[in-house]
Design a protein around this ligand. Sequence first.
Ligand code: KIV
Ligand code: NA
Length: 272
Amino acid sequence: SKKVTVRDIIKKKGAEKIAAITAYDYTTTKIVDQAGVDIILVGDSVGMVVHGLPSTIPVSMEMMLLHVESAARAKPRALLVGDMPFLSYEASVEDAVYNAGLMLKKGAEAVKIEGGAEMADVIKAMVKAGIPVMGHIGLTPQRYLLLGGYKRRGVKASEVEKIVEDAKEIEKAGVFAIVIEFTAADVAAEVTKQVSVPTICIGSGWMCDGQILVLHDVLGLSESTPPFAKKYADLRGAILSAVSEYVREVKAGLFPGKEHSFFSDAYNRGSE
Ligand code: KIV
Ligand code: NA
């Protein structure tokens, strides 16, 4: 079916819920695309769930570009979004536009950056360069040091105002959608009402225009999952039992069998 564009995503607001998920490589991008998601995010969560890093802080542009390139080879129908890693867009507007452009060169169709009003200049410059930008407010994991951990957002009144304000500012700057992470459900609902672009929520309730989850959490592959993630399968268990069975069969001489083997002409003649 028809390729999903940034325009299509905007048009879904108020008409149809948006289903988004992360994927980091060719194979999983093919599968999640076939499942019918609207947006595939090559998230910097790849650093934690694939590379075993302790946070997203050490994730580099080099890592992100390699994963975007792999995912893009699946040629998904869904909109493919590349997540900008820490330090690739904060130090200067020039660096930000350049690095975002590199994502597009590897096949991303948009980029995502964390932050609110303070990122308006960066968002404007990217959009000016022809790069669609997705915002990300509420819990911004790349700033967990400043935030004092991966804490719930928008519970205190002072925070609520800031979140709504940030959403409006980045909308004005030109984002085509806004991820709202780990934020009080009523606050995410308020943001959803106040902006004209779709809100894509994670751990921020159901009163949003769409949802996103990390693939490894959905599949039951993650070692630890945030409280808001829902596990739709137990692939950790499936892999464990499949590989254990393989080990058992190799040790017992049961694998490979004749059906996985072949013989020389001489052997075949001799056995006739
Ligand atoms: O990196 C990521 O997976 C994300 C989503 C959780 C929104 O940013
Ligand atoms: Na991210």
